[in-house]
Design a binder for this molecule. Structure first.
Ligand code: SF4
Length: 446
């Protein structure tokens, strides 16, 4: 048990992300020749007018797709090692466009010619087929309290078996896990040497070298979650959107085995894959990084609208979710923006989904910014409550009284008290009602 209760780190040969990757990729002008070039598949199915029109609209979107790594797919030798380990898996939700492929998992909509690598670094076009290189090869795993996700209204006090692979769809300046999120799978894993498949029981320690070469297939993840007596599996640390196929297959199997699934995500996913995955999700933690398209692009190279769409999709599917908002000085600490964000949440998903305002600490590309002043976080919490959000927390400030306490929205008494990740007071009944006034508290309690 001790062995997997450590955080595993990828090999320490990390180098920083080139600044050029942080700039918006230049958008190509769309020419008639481009449409014809990428339109092989569309033209073939375009005998009917609407199909062609629809396809051409799509083609225009495809050609605005953001930067892929040209010609950066693994060499034949590395590919062969990857294939032998079954770490390469054909992608889900993608289009074949002649010999080109386009991923439709996230709004980056990566369009790849043969030999290209995706923006998230995890996918390649190999001879006209899209493959994920991030399958069954986690570079980090750990057993965490569910409060660490953070999820405060979902099986409080339970443990979650947590996994991650390399890769991410964003380029956040403040990323706290950039050593894995801004890496290729080949920079965190090493398929040379004898195969090591991690399955219970685990006896003895596991070294960083072991982690680099081990495989963990979906059935192994579920077995390890059961063996560690975890109530759930969390797809986390980097970004599960970028290892969608591994997440999807594991979620599906976990559901069959009555294990809960938690998606810890930036929320930047297209609706069809979100709906497919949502069928197997029990909870999600969604990073709502701000409420401005300009800031989303500048801070995260992402877009706000797809994240808002994901919140609505999860809501419509009945998946429990909580929102985290990292308050970054000079980027996302504007009170007016926070107020507008909270108003949108109340109007569109209702008052019951908790919001966690989290304190920024200097890291990655934002080393020169100060930590978020506590007064700003308390102001954000107050704005959320004034907007009508019933459960607003302040995170990452140890020792701040009641920052992470749940109060009954009716009688206002403290009903769940927490000290970091430990539950220190609990006054809900088995059905999730306040013991003092019987008000139902939103969440998944048993
Ligand atoms: S998931 Fe990765 S490959 Fe797919 S569109 Fe997003 S960044 Fe591109």
């Amino acid at each position: 048990m001790d062995s997997e209760n450590r955080a595993f780190q990828p090999p320490q040969d990390a180098h920083d992300v080139p600044a050029s990757e942080l700039a918006p990729a230049p958008r190509k002008p769309i020419t008639r020749r481009d449409v014809i070039r990428y339109g092989v598949t569309g033209a073939a199915c375009a005998a009917g007018g609407y199909a062609l029109v629809g396809y051409l609209v799509d083609a225009v979107r495809e050609l605005t797709a953001e930067g892929v790594f040209k010609g950066d797919a693994p060499s034949d030798a590395v590919w062969e090692l990857w294939r032998q380990r079954s770490w390469a898996h054909e992608g889900y939700h993608y289009l074949k466009l002649g010999r080109n492929v386009q991923c439709k998992i996230c709004p980056n909509n990566c369009l790849m010619e043969p030999g290209d690598r995706s923006h998230c670094r995890n996918k390649i076009n190999r001879d006209g087929t899209l493959y994920s290189l991030a399958f069954a090869n986690p570079c980090a795993f750990h057993v965490d309290p569910v409060e660490k996700k953070p999820l405060f209204h979902f099986f409080p006090g339970s443990q979650s078996f947590s996994i991650a692979t390399a890769g991410c769809v964003f380029r956040c300046l403040n990323c706290q896990n950039w050593e894995i999120s801004q890496k290729k799978p080949e920079e965190t894993k090493d398929p040379r040497g004898p195969e090591l498949r991690l399955r219970p029981p685990i006896t003895g320690g596991i070294s960083a070298q072991d982690v680099a070469r081990l495989s963990m297939f979906p059935e192994d993840v579920v077995a390890l979650a059961e063996w560690t007596k975890s109530a759930s599996i969390s797809y986390t640390y980097s970004e599960p959107t970028a290892y969608y196929e591994y997440t999807y297959d594991t979620c599906k199997l976990a559901r069959e085995r009555k294990m809960k699934n938690i998606l810890v995500t930036c929320g930047s996913m297209e609706e069809p894959p979100m709906r497919d995955l949502g069928k197997y999700l029990d909870a999600a933690h969604v990073d709502l990084k701000g409420f401005s398209e300009a800031i989303y692009w500048k801070l995260n190279t992402g877009k706000l609208q797809p994240v808002l769409k994901t919140l609505k999709t999860l809501q419509s599917m009945g998946v429990w979710f909580e929102i985290i908002n990292l308050v970054v000085p000079t980027y996302t600490d504007n009170p007016d923006m926070i107020r507008r964000m909270c108003d949108w949440l109340v109007a569109n998903i209702g008052p019951d989904h908790p919001i966690h305002f989290s304190r920024f600490h200097p890291q990655h590309k934002l080393q020169t910014l100060p930590p978020t002043p506590v007064e700003i976080l308390l102001q954000a919490q107050s704005l959320a409550r004034s907007a009508g959000l019933r459960y607003a927390y302040v995170g990452n400030v140890p020792g701040l009284p009641d920052a992470e306490t749940t109060f009954c929205p009716n009688c206002k008494r403290a009903i769940i008290s927490r000290d970091v990740f430990a539950i220190t007071g609990y006054d809900l009944d088995a059905a999730g009602k306040c013991r003092f006034c019987q008000t139902q508290i939103a969440g998944v309690w048993s």
